[in-house]
Design a protein around this ligand. Structure first.
Ligand code: HEC
Ligand code: HEC
Ligand code: HEC
Ligand code: HEC
Ligand code: HEC
Length: 426
């Protein structure tokens, strides 16, 4: 049985092995290996010259001087990675120290966000209370410091207008300047949390979390298109994904071809619905948690569903509840497409064909949280999981919806291909 949790969770180990990646320069590889050691070590004492504001790890304090990044980040899911679903499960696990730490590597990676620190001291090994623990910082999830601050020094991408710059600059400016590293502009920067390593959990030969490898197998690396190109355009800290209808519309193109019209009652309508992954840099969707429902059905004059005509296809990856076996995987790889055929007898005149595509970003979590609530839980954990369930139930949205008239009268071009073609998820 899955121990908690996040479907992405593998073993109780961090995914922090040395990077070896032909897409990176040796400097970038070395930097990323140092930058993401699992839980990020305590920052230690700040340089004496730092003001109160410069010492602070709080995103709002960074925001005093970096307002755009702060406003963007605040609106992103990276600021909500310690939401009720995660906190409720941590409580449900009795705040088990090893698990809490493991979840923290991706959900709240700074040492200052951990209640417990691991001590590696032979027989004395174990956990001790963390004197630097800041519960408020922990609740803020992946804070600016998680990606940008080590030992109180700032690291960031080279200035956009001087991409070749590397190393320390602006030592006289706020927080002693910063160290420019081109690794910030590379997809591999994101893989520490969005890609499992080889030893992590796989089903049917595919890792549960494989976004970086999916991207690598696409044409995007050769075209110089990184995760940041799509998820941080203009260096904005937005990270929109499957929860954002606008982002998903940019990622796929939907077309419907009604290729056979009925001529008399009882004739069959045939339509092809094609969903092409034209702008998603990895599988659509990349994780096992979302599901996309493609539905065709006939509707009457009032727009009401005509009974018995609904056909549904699902895009996603499904496994048994204990994650022991994959049941299906219909995700669409980058540049690929999926075509669904709708075929149905049209019993009377006046009926129309309706095609709709609905995205359920948290489909897995709805079922997971419902199940979770059936166990014995403390009041506080129960309240958090209930809140997480309510949130997850709010996320579905309609990506595409179109109705096509189906004339039963002798149609000159009845049956002609592409008689009604609707393009684009607009
Ligand atoms: C007192 C104002 C101030 C505070 C507080 C501050 N910064 Fe800065 N920061 C600056 C200035 C000024 C620069 C250099 C100008 C620039 O390139 O944006 C800079 C540069 C940076 C850069 C490098 C930008 C690049 O081009 O790569 C990063 C990253 C950064 N800061 C992160 C942070 C983070 C994270 C915090 C909070 C933990 C923070 N800063 C707090 C003023 C501040
Ligand atoms: C390897 C990195 C990684 C680790 C380790 C990890 N997660 Fe996640 N988690 C993610 C990513 C990425 C997502 C977003 C993708 C998704 O929704 O499936 C996520 C999403 C979630 C969500 C759904 C979103 C939300 O905030 O409600 C929950 C709940 C969650 N994780 C709980 C946990 C728990 C509990 C642990 C520890 C037992 C854990 N995760 C460990 C990377 C990780
Ligand atoms: C998940 C990691 C992550 C988090 C969290 C994060 N950043 Fe960034 N930040 C990046 C990356 C990656 C880039 C470079 C993007 C690029 O090159 O396209 C960047 C770029 C920047 C820059 C340079 C912007 C420019 O226009 O040159 C600044 C300043 C900055 N971040 C500040 C912040 C602040 C302040 C916060 C918190 C409010 C924050 N970042 C949170 C990853 C992160
Ligand atoms: C320290 C770990 C960490 C790093 C580094 C990180 N992420 Fe994330 N990311 C997460 C987690 C955890 C979530 C899940 C948020 C949630 O749903 O609670 C997430 C969510 C997202 C989402 C939103 C997904 C959705 O369901 O809509 C996108 C997009 C994303 N990350 C892209 C990136 C990109 C691009 C980078 C690199 C610049 C990056 N991330 C770096 C951990 C990380
Ligand atoms: C060509 C643009 C593009 C590139 C490159 C790209 N993405 Fe995405 N990404 C999207 C679009 C569009 C979506 C929304 C559709 C979807 O969810 O598949 C998305 C969704 C996501 C999600 C939401 C979860 C899910 O199940 O789909 C995450 C997390 C994510 N991307 C992370 C990454 C990471 C990490 C990289 C780099 C390894 C990356 N993306 C590269 C366009 C891109």
């Amino acid at each position: 049985m899955l121990r908690g949790i996040c479907i992405l969770v593998a073993a109780l180990a961090c995914s922090c092995s040395a990077l070896s990646d032909e897409l990176l320069t040796p400097r970038e590889q070395a930097f990323l290996t140092r930058h993401w050691p699992g839980i990020i070590p305590p920052q230690g004492g700040a340089p004496a010259a730092y003001s109160e504001l410069e010492r602070s790890l709080s995103p709002a304090d960074c925001g005093a001087c970096h307002p755009r990044e702060f406003e963007d980040w605040r609106s992103s899911l990276h600021s909500r990675t310690m939401g009720p679903g995660v906190l409720g499960q941590l409580l449900g696990m009795g705040d088990d120290q090893a698990s809490t730490r493991m979840c923290g590597t991706c959900h709240a990676p700074n040492a200052e966000q951990q209640a417990w620190l691991a001590v590696d001291a032979g027989p004395e090994s174990g956990f001790r209370a963390n004197p630097h623990f800041d519960p408020l910082l922990r609740r803020q999830g992946i804070v600016c410091a998680g990606c940008h601050v080590r030992q109180h020094r700032r690291y960031g991408p080279p200035p956009a207008n001087a991409p070749g710059v590397a190393g320390r600059t602006g030592a006289n400016g706020p927080h002693g300047g910063f160290t420019a590293e081109s690794a910030f502009t590379r997809s591999a920067f994101c893989s520490t949390c969005h890609q499992f390593t080889e030893d992590d959990r796989a089903l049917n030969g595919k890792l549960l979390e494989n976004t970086y490898e999916e991207w690598k197998a696409s044409r995007y690396p050769a075209e110089g298109v990184q995760c940041q190109t799509c998820h941080m355009p203009g260096r904005r800290h937005l990270w929109r994904g499957i929860h954002d209808p606008g982002m998903v519309r940019q990622g796929v193109t939907v077309s419907v071809d009604v290729e056979q019209f009925p001529r008399r009652p009882g004739d069959t309508v045939k339509a092809r619905v094609t969903i092409a992954n034209t702008g998603t840099g990895h599988h659509f969707p990349t994780y096992m948690t979302p599901k996309v429902f493609v539905r065709g059905y006939l509707v009457d004059e009032q727009g009401k569903a005509f009974p018995g005509t609904l056909q549904e296809a699902v895009i996603g990856r499904e496994a048994t509840p204990g994650l022991s076996r994959e049941i299906y995987d219909t995700r669409i790889p980058a540049h690929g497409s999926l075509t669904v055929l709708y075929e149905e007898a049209v019993r009377r005149a006046g009926l129309r064909l309706k095609v709709e595509i609905e995205v359920h970003p948290d489909h897995f979590y709805v079922r997971f949280f419902e199940n979770y609530l059936s166990r014995a839980l403390e009041q506080k954990a129960r309240g958090l999981i209930e809140a997480a369930l309510a949130q997850a139930r709010e996320t579905p949205f309609t990506l595409f919806e179109r109705t096509f008239p189906l004339s039963l009268e002798n149609k000159e071009d009845g049956g002609a291909s592409a008689a009604a073609r609707e393009r684009g998820a607009e």
